[in-house]
Design a protein around this ligand. Sequence first.
Ligand code: NAD
Ligand code: TYD
Length: 339
Amino acid sequence: MSKEKTYLVTGGAGFIGSNYIKFLFETYPEVKVVNLDKLTYAGNPENLKSVENRSGYYFVKGDICDRVLVADVFRKYSPDYVINFAAESHVDRSIGDPDDFIKTDIYGVYSLLENCRKYGIERFVQISTDEVYGSIDKGSFSETDTFNPSSPYAASKTGGDRLAFSYFVTYDLPVVITRASNNYGPNQYPEKLIPLFITNAMDDKKLPLYGDGKNVRDWLYVEDHCKGVEYVLQNGKNGEAYNIAGNCEKQNIEITKKILELTGQSDKLIEYVKDRAGHDRRYSLDDSKIAKLGWQPEYDFEEAMRKTVQWYQENEEWWRKIKSGEYLEYYKEHYGQDL
Ligand code: NAD
Ligand code: TYD
């Protein structure tokens, strides 16, 4: 159906965006994909090695906050769909310095929306997050629940989420919003819980578990998330938000023990450390709305975790370059500037 469409994917060199681009080419071999990415520390062209030379793939290095550059991209490629994955995405970094979060996750969304309005598009998908709802002790959040973001990351993502909605209400822009659970899988930057702990365990390093290790996250395999985003793009209703859950809630200590088991390591590597400031206790999504639309995750946790651990075992070069700082040198050589 979408085989001749042009997708503008922002943040396509990051974890989920790069998986989504590869999924698009596997699903629609004739599709055109423009990847607009600033290549921050989290953006890595190596994530797209398998598609970078194929026809239909175009890479633009640039900032979504740069409205003039975004306008040039719209004029040059006339995208049918815009899927906004670009964001500063790590909660701990947002606690350390929120500045780039406010810029990219709010102003960046505005810059994209303004250009969509000016040049016209068929659909704008704002990739939001379950973190906009905040923490919930019992039960699950549905799409109409109140926003209660706790971290500067979650608050800035809430700003982007609501700005996108306002462009639907005010300007009739065809916007849909997705709010997914915690993702895991190949090419995730090794600062997030799962890739950090897998790669530390492979190197006999400690696994720093925050607080009592009993915070709960709902885990969604990245391939399922990509399919969910595409499903909403094709079947969602303008102005609506859709939760994309993994239906797989686990305490962090359970995730940690699974990683130790799959890497053949012992509990001795676990190190309880100072809790994260404002650490949300539990995330939980009610996904009945997207289920009614006809979508549900396919992966089973055990299988997806095995695949994930195996990927990091088979792709040591990828994460070692990042963890050792070698990627920073590569970046400077290729782009003539520091990250
Ligand atoms: P990531 O940090 O791995 O990748 C972000 C990408 O955006 C990078 O390639 C980076 O270079 C790019 N980027 C950052 N600022 C930019 C800017 N100003 N202009 C252009 N490009 C820029 O993030 P991810 O984990 O792949 O998350 C992707 C999206 O999904 C984000 O919007 C995030 O909020 C959302 N999300 C993530 C999760 C998760 O578990 N990772 C869950 C729900 C929602
Ligand atoms: P993270 O991967 O940073 O995702 P998010 O904060 O967006 O949910 O963290 C997932 C959970 O793991 C969260 O409860 C914080 C916890 N965590 C640790 O215990 N240790 C760590 O080193 C990291 C990065 C996270």
